[in-house]
Design a binder for this molecule. Structure first.
Ligand code: ADP
Length: 163
């Protein structure tokens, strides 16, 4: 079975992430979107909230083979646990390149049998980041075209609750 992992913070999931999932899922038997549990970052949504927003985004039949899970620790350890041989990451601008190259090479050193595959962001979504989306939301800007409606609502609720 060809299994791939798409790891990230997904805080929250954006239209850019959904585009990568929908484009890449058909190339594998199973794609697991992995919410990485990080103690280093201050996240807006809890792991369970992030998973739930991802689940709600997976409504199209292009993604019938996509699962959502979370993991604390190394992505390669999760890959080994589930028998996945491919890690997918998205590449937006040049700024992503250095970080992704470094991560891919560290992972290759730790697990030479697991391959990182980079998918280019679609030109219409290359500027979208979870961080940018949160900035727009915090400052009351429109989120249309950046995240699905239910993610925009969840962001607005979260921001209201924090005020
Ligand atoms: P991380 O904190 O691990 O970078 P993110 O949730 O920000 O997690 O992103 C997960 C992956 O999705 C990363 O590989 C990132 O480059 C990619 N990504 C983020 N936004 C987009 C986008 N708009 N288009 C394509 N890929 C994206």
């Amino acid at each position: 079975m060809r299994k791939a992992i798409y790891p990230g913070s997904f805080d929250p999931i954006t239209i850019g992430h959904i585009d990568i999932i929908e484009r890449l899922a058909p190339h594998f038997d199973e794609l697991i979107v992995l919410v990485s549990v990080s103690s280093a970052k201050s996240e807006m949504f809890t792991v369970e909230e992030r998973k739930s927003l991802i689940q709600q985004s997976l409504k199209s039949n292009k993604v019938a083979n996509v699962k959502v899970e979370s993991h604390q620790g190394l992505t390669i350890d999760f890959c080994r646990k589930v028998g996945a041989k491919v890690i997918i990451r998205g590449l937006r601008a040049v700024i992503d390149f250095e970080y992704e190259t470094s991560m891919a090479n560290i992972n290759r050193k730790l697990a030479p049998d697991i391959e990182t595959m980079l998918a280019f962001a679609s030109p219409e979504y290359y500027f979208i980041s979870s961080r940018g989306v949160k900035e727009v939301a915090i400052n009351g800007g429109p989120l249309v075209g950046l995240v699905p409606t239910f993610v925009a609502e969840a962001l607005q609720k979260k921001i209201q609750a924090k005020r």
